[in-house]
Design a protein around this ligand. Sequence first.
Ligand code: ATP
Ligand code: MG
Length: 165
Amino acid sequence: FISTEIRIDELLLDMSNLIKLKHGPAAPGSELQKSSRIDIDFLRLPEQDTDLICEGNESLLKVLFLNLLDNALKYSADNTAYVTINFTADHVLVQVKDNGIGIPADELSKIFEPFYRATNSHQVRGHGLGLSICKKIAQLHHGEISAISAPGKGTTFTVELPHRQ
Ligand code: ATP
Ligand code: MG
């Protein structure tokens, strides 16, 4: 696929603004939905731009982070996602965290399978496809995606992508 140099923090900012349009603000007069919020933070500040540059397909990486942000907002009552960006010598690490419903421990290994939906999320709409697509995209970029969760407390997804070579 077409591969270019991508600043991961800029891509996340763009996708945050996009997903906020989908999830809120609530319609005037509506008490059903609070407006959504996305916090983006660096765990430590990059010394150089290249610390945050990945080589990859921009459209696919957008889809990956859109799905994670979408999940964080739709599976949490406070409609808030907390994004942390970090980097190592050879990887960019992005964490997308929420304080939402969480995922039962015995189902955590299945959520990346196509069409799998956790038993505690059936009142929320979805097809169970987003995360399977995220995983494919991470793998196509020689990266990884994983999740940890505390049911009733929240979930954190971690994406690791190799730096530009
Ligand atoms: P869609 O295809 O529209 O994304 P979906 O959100 O149900 O539908 P996935 O994004 O693949 O599908 O997620 C799979 C399942 O994992 C969800 O149905 C939900 O049970 C669980 N899940 C994913 N993200 C979260 C999260 N942030 N908090 C709690 N549960 C989650
Ligand atoms: Mg989803």
